[in-house]
Design a protein around this ligand. Sequence first.
Ligand SMILES: Nc1ncnc2c1ncn2[C@@H]1O[C@H](COP(=O)(O)OP(=O)(O)OP(=O)(O)O)[C@@H](O)[C@H]1O
Length: 292
Amino acid sequence: MDILKIEGLKKAFNQKTVIEELSLEVAQNEIYGFIGSNGAGKTTTMKMVLGLLKPDGGDIYVCGEKVRFGDTPTNRHVGYLPDVPEFYTYMNAEEYLKLCADITKMEKAEQRGRIDELLNLVGLQGEKSRIRNYSRGMKQRLGIAQALIHRPKLLICDEPTSALDPKGRMEILKILKEITKETTVIFSTHILSDVERICDRVGILYDRKIVKEIDLARESLGEKGIVIELDREAYGTVAPLLDIRHAGGSEYTIENHSLREIYDVLHAHGIHPEKIVKERKSLEDVYLEVTT
Ligand SMILES: Nc1ncnc2c1ncn2[C@@H]1O[C@H](COP(=O)(O)OP(=O)(O)OP(=O)(O)O)[C@@H](O)[C@H]1O
């Protein structure tokens, strides 16, 4: 069963359509990257999944149950991490998670074990300082622990790594990857390298709908061209014969020619490049192709 299913979603604000015919499915234990530029409608979509915004059309199902605006029993299956989570900053992590456990009406007997488990997961075990003294990365990790307190089947993260330095980002990505044994994750971002690092599938939101979905585990993104390192003289020789462009430094990219054709030209002119490799497309290349 799909943990999240969205069918033909529509949303407009003041007659401006932001989402139109958006459909996607996220299967159990997947990490789904939801990518799109600023203002593409990622947060709007997530708020509709959480039942916090009323769609103008379409249906959303979480664990097979229909999401209804303003009446949100489906949220018992969902954990949510906003881009900048808010806390009672005079508390420490343990006190804060205890408060969250109380709010979810977790049995006292279960609380101790669950809080320890989550503090370990997010690397905040034994951290006694007040949340107000936390770095952004620590706050984001505590945000994940808070979102997972009730063992949700689906974790929705809105740009969880956008405000973090590379180390903080890696820590969050590692945690997200780890929790997919128990939890399905959908996260929005415009940091495409984060998506490439941990996602199973990715959906590109553009022009109000998902314009491309990629199964990163199974599909190759394709080849971009052939990268070759040449000195200026060699470049001068091959430039009139091959479709070649400068890539930076002494590297050039050749498109529209097979490796065989390139070798023939190089051989005919006695050119022996230091490097010649097939270059794969990055997610950024594909993203730019489908959004411009
Ligand atoms: N309550 C609202 N009233 C009017 N317009 C809104 C409202 N909420 C969002 N919008 C508009 O809807 C569009 C999509 O916004 P949204 O915040 O969903 O984009 P996003 O993809 O999450 O962007 P970002 O990456 O910048 O967070 C934007 O043009 C935004 O201005």
